[in-house]
Each structure stands twice: as C-alpha cells, then as structure tokens.
Design a protein around this ligand. Structure first.
Ligand code: CTP
Length: 413
C-alpha cells in the first residue's frame, strides 16, 4: 500500500479541495470519469477508496488520475493524522459510488477505515451517490439510513433508473459522471449560502415543448429546448429537493437525482402535472405548452392530392395547466411559478398575466434577438404576486434557476 502524504499548505491551496470517497461497487470505474472532470476543471482531489473499492479499481489508477497517493486505512503516515485532516481540510466530500454498506456505516457513525473517519471529521457539504441493486436500495434499512443522512444535512443523490450490472434493470444505477460533476460544481459555487435549503421538499418542474400530433408523422410544436427547465431541476436537486421533471420532447442528458417523466402533448402534461403536484411544495411551469391542438387526429398519413388545395387544419384550445393549478392548488401552501415571453410592455403585460394566471411568481422573458430558444443564456424579471420585481441580468440559465428557487424558498411555509 502506498503511503499517504498530506499536503496541507502546499501550492494547491487555492484550488477547491474535494475528497472523492469510493466504496466497493462496480460503478467505481465510473468514478474515474468524475475524478477526471474534477481535476481537469481545477479541483484538488484526494481519493479515499475503501479496501473493497480497490477490488474494482486499483490504487494506481486513483493515484495517477488524482496526482496524489492513496490509502484506505488510518495507519499510514500517522504523524500526519490524515484520518482527521483530510476531512477537516475539505471543501466538499463526495462518496461515489456509495454502497448500502457505506450508507449504513455513515448513518451510524462507524469509523473503521480512512473514508469513514474522513466522513466524521468533515464539516463541509457531503454528497453520497448511491449505486446498488434495486432490492438493496429499496430495503427499509437502506431507506432509513438515507433518511438519517439527509436529516443531518447530507445530499444523497437519488440513483437513476436503468440497466444495472448484469441483465437486470431498475432503480439503483449510478448517475452519469458529468451530471454528478455538475452537482459538485453547483454545491461548491453556493459558498456561504445554505446548501440544502430545499431538503425535505418535493418540487415539480415542467420543461421542453409540447407536440400536438396531426397524423402519425406530423405535429404542431415549438422550439423550446428544455434547457431552462433542466437547469431548474438540476439546481433544485443540488439544493436537496426531491425533483419530478416532466420532460416534454427534450433531448438533454438526465440530471442526477431527478425523477423524469416523459410527456408528449399538453393534455398528457396536464395529467402528469396534476398527478405529481398532489404532494408537491412547489410547481414550476417552464414548459412551452401549445395553446392549441388540431381538432382531429388523422390515423393515416395526410396525403397531398394533385390539383386540390390543402385542407385547413381546425384547432381547439388546450387546457391552461398553469391557471388551473394556480387557481385550485392540489396542496395548501404550494408555490406556483409560471413563465411568460413578452416582446413589448414587458412589465405591464407580465403583471396582467400574473394576475390572470393566479400564480405566485411569473418569470418574464423579454423575447429579443440574442434571447432565442435553445440558448444557454437567459435574462428575465421575476414578478411576485406580492408586487415584488426581481431583475436577473443576462447570464447562464443556471443563475436564473437559482434565483427562482431563492424566491420560492422565501415563500414556502
Ligand atoms: N401554460 C400552461 N398551459 C397552457 C399554456 C401555457 O400551463 N396551455 C403555462 C406555461 O408553462 C408558462 C405560462 O403558462 O408557464 C405561459 O403562459 P402563456 O399564456 O402561454 O404565455 P405566453 O407563452 O407568454 O403566450 P401569450 O402571451 O401569447 O398567451
């Protein structure tokens, strides 16, 4: 076993110090990708594997990718007291993958190796990314351990649903490393702001644009990419919320720890919103919902006929989901947020729409040249039913997402 050399006060002090704990699951190989992203983006990463993690990925790999020696136990370099100082000096600790055994040890405060000692001494944000078979994840023992860790302020990322080791599929999959990296980045960026201010909350976010089918191959749709809704989902998950993301026709990677419900049409979205909102603390309608749909659906492809004018397409109104949910809240005290795109008289039109829809907050985008659908940037004014106005300058959609959640948190009872 290589010895551990603690480098407190050396040249890397300016870099955020991240501890990557790795416990013994097959997803350990995916943690190499997370490690790479962290080091390449300027983080000083200490890898602390458990003894069993080294069965999956060896010490040489962790050491080469992190640029630091690694150790699993507390007995090397005792004069440096690494079992205390690694945790004390960290800006963030992430355990990825976290096995059922590791969650149990952490929940009960066991300290029988370097990683569990590090967890007890860390006073920074701590993230667990569990990965295991569905039965182990769903077992009441694991669920109680997860609840304990969350109650104490740790962020336990919900595992993804999908292919597990072998042929089985279900909940328990390790999230995409890029998405876990995003969680780490967001938490470190929160600085002194409360990291887990949405812990214990359930939030529902709609994203993307609905498609209203005309025939089996055509639809009426819009250009919404879903990026603002996904940014909202990522932000809420990193702040500890249970997130249901109703994704209308998006082509974006699944955010880590988010429950994704794909939908197609406005009518399907309405059903999904009403179902998910039943126990939600907040609902944010970021999806671009088609106001109209074709009156009839042709079961066969509509054909052109030479010499004949095309038949007009009759449209009917879709339900206004935002107005419905804001007017008759499925849960008392629920905070409801809408979006609006305006070209002129932004404030006056926004205020009128806020009143008409009956929501608590309306995020008004001024539609203009550089503010197009699909862009990474956004600029908005968030209007409150209490008369407040919060301008959010042109910048990443992530910043707007964080401001929206700040305003929601202020309104949660
Ligand atoms: N919305 C909805 N159901 C609809 C239409 C819109 O829930 N059938 C929601 C959207 O998700 C968004 C807000 O209402 O949060 C947008 O309202 P809308 O009246 O469509 O405003 P604009 O898109 O700004 O369009 P317009 O001013 O043309 O009405």
């Amino acid at each position: 076993m290589e010895s551990y050399v603690f480098e407190c006060g050396e040249a890397r002090v300016d870099k955020p110090k991240v501890v990557l704990g790795v416990s013994g699951g097959i997803a350990a190989y995916k943690a190499c990708e997370l490690l790479r992203r962290l080091t390449e983006s300027g983080h000083d990463v200490r890898v602390v594997p458990t003894e069993s993690a080294l069965h999956f990925v060896g010490a040489a790999t962790w050491s080469a990718l992190s640029g630091h020696p690694v150790s699993t136990e507390v007995w090397s370099d005792v004069h440096e007291v690494p079992h205390v100082r690694i945790g004390q000096g960290a800006d963030l600790v992430i355990v990825a993958p976290a096995t059922a055994d590791m969650l149990a040890k952490a929940a009960h405060g066991l300290a029988d190796d370097l990683l569990t000692n590090t967890l007890l001494t860390a006073r920074c944000p701590v993230v667990f990314a569990p990965a295991m078979h569905t039965e182990m994840w769903e077992h009441p023992a694991t669920q109680e351990n997860v609840a304990t860790l969350r109650r104490r302020g740790a962020l336990v990322v919900e595992p993804a649903v999908g292919r597990l080791t072998g042929v089985d599929t279900g909940k328990g999959r390790f999230p995409e490393p890029a998405e876990l990296f995003d969680v780490v980045r967001r938490l470190l960026a929160r600085g002194d702001r409360p990291a887990q201010d949405l812990a214990g909350r359930h939030v529902v976010v709609s994203a993307g644009g609905t498609r209203e089918p005309l025939d089996p191959v055509r639809f009426l749709g819009n250009r919404s990419s879903g990026k603002q809704g996904y940014a909202l989902a990522r932000s809420a998950a990193a702040r500890g919320a249970r997130v249901t993301l109703l994704a209308a026709n998006t082509a974006l990677p699944d955010p880590a720890g988010v429950d994704i419900v794909p939908v197609g049409t406005a009518v399907q979205l309405r059903e999904a919103v009403l179902k998910a909102a039943a126990d939600a603390d907040a609902v944010v309608m970021a999806a671009a919902v088609a106001d109209f749909r074709p009156e009839t659906y042709a079961t066969g492809k509509i054909k052109k006929k030479d010499g004949e004018a095309p038949a007009p397409i009759a449209l009917v109104r879709n339900p206004d989901i935002l107005a419905e949910i804001a007017g008759d809240r499925p849960r008392a005290g629920q905070v409801v947020v809408g979006f609006a795109a305006e070209t002129d008289d932004v404030l006056a039109n926004g205020r009128a729409k806020l009143a008409r829809k009956g929501c608590d907050l309306l995020v008004v985008n001024e539609v203009g040249e550089r503010k197009t659908f699909g862009s990474e940037q956004n600029e908005a004014i968030v209007l409150g039913a209490d008369g407040s106005e919060t301008p959010v300058p042109y910048g990443p959609k992530e910043d707007l997402a964080d401001t929206i959640w700040d305003l929601v948190v202020q309104r949660l009872v």
